[in-house]
Design a protein around this ligand. Structure first.
Ligand SMILES: Nc1ncnc2c1ncn2[C@@H]1O[C@H](COP(=O)(O)OP(=O)(O)OP(=O)(O)O)[C@@H](O)[C@H]1O
Ligand SMILES: [Mg+2]
Length: 298
């Protein structure tokens, strides 16, 4: 086989595991909190951590347990350059809810359609304006009265609240994962402030993940999270830390074997250089593997 072809084959075989290292405690904590949600212990869970620490990856591991417990896991993320679109991440989450309804059987879908219809009442158009897909489920909605911007905002909160209450149920607890709050628009932050999670919305777990290094004490998210706690909204915080030396060692061992030399030493250096940040460790592993493929590392 020609050298180039051989290399191509080697590169196509490159695999970097999606396994998470050093997260057993956090995973168990999140699952325990979710189990409480099914019993009506709804809450806001803040998940801070530096960029690349593994916030998103950790929270995604909740998908399976939620599914097994007949819950819904829906998610959306804010984008750095979409700050001028209000409720961007919430829209995405509702789109993901709409699609997950279609993976359920007809009986469940009918049940939820009925619940949503009843909940939104005459405000259905607020929902179909936000996520047009819902028109396919609910049909054409009655036209909304023209109101002032302030009234429209309150109408929106009311609609959102009713909708979430209708779709978070003891037999179907809801996980609403909203990621990257460092880029949230002000309207979304206001919405977060106004959601009565845990009191009115008892079967809801609202996960708020954000880059700690981009949210200082002056960021509106910080003030809002403080306010939620002052207002006695059930609130927990799980900080996602970088990995320790032992985690880094296992990460490298399982990713680079069978051909890794002086692993202890390598783990030490990588840990020092990356500070244990999974994103950088993973990038380093990819580079090692590529270097190996190109035959530069003997
Ligand atoms: N504990 C871990 N063990 C191994 N790999 C991990 C771990 N946590 C995250 N990763 C990997 O590291 C990369 C970064 O993780 P992730 O995207 O979850 O970070 P993040 O904190 O959400 O970053 P950002 O702030 O940029 O959104 C991903 O490729 C992920 O699969
Ligand atoms: Mg992330």
């Amino acid at each position: 086989m020609a050298e180039d072809e051989k290399r191509e084959t080697e590169i196509s075989k490159l695999t970097i595991t999606n396994k998470l290292y050093g997260r057993n405690i956090e995973r168990a904590q999140i699952i325990r909190l979710f189990n409480g949600v099914g019993k009506g212990e709804g809450l806001v869970l803040a998940v801070p951590g530096v960029s690349g620490a593994g916030k998103t990856a950790l929270i995604q591991t909740l998908k399976r347990p939620v599914k097994i417990n007949n819950g819904f896991f829906i998610s959306g993320k804010f984008e750095q350059y979409q700050k001028d679109i209000p409720y961007f991440a919430f829209r995405q989450a509702l789109v993901s809810f709409y699609h997950s309804l279609y993976t359920e059987d007809q009986l469940i879908r009918d049940k939820f359609t009925h619940l949503i219809q009843k909940a939104v009442g005459a405000l259905g158009q607020v929902l179909t304006d936000l996520v047009p897909d819902f028109e396919k489920l609910l049909g054409k909605q009655p036209e909304l009265a023209v109101v002032s911007p302030q009234e429209a905002r309150h109408r929106f909160y009311a609609l959102f609240h009713r909708l979430i209450r209708a779709i978070s149920l003891p037999e179907h607890p809801l996980v609403l994962f909203i990621d990257d709050w460092q880029w949230a628009d002000m309207a979304s932050i206001e919405l977060l402030k106004n959601l009565q999670v845990g009191t009115e919305l008892r079967y809801l777990m609202l996960i708020v993940a954000y880059r700690q290094n981009e949210v200082d004490i002056h960021h509106p998210l910080t003030t809002t999270l403080n306010e939620l706690q002052l207002n006695e909204i059930p609130f927990k915080r799980i900080e996602v830390q970088n990995l320790n030396h032992q985690n880094v060692y296992h990460f490298l061992k399982e990713t680079l074997l069978p051909e890794a030399y002086r692993l202890e030493e390598l783990a030490q250096i990588i840990h020092e250089k990356t500070k244990g940040n999974p994103f950088f460790i993973k990038s380093a592993c990819i580079i090692f593997q590529l270097v190996r493929c190109f035959g530069l590392m003997k």
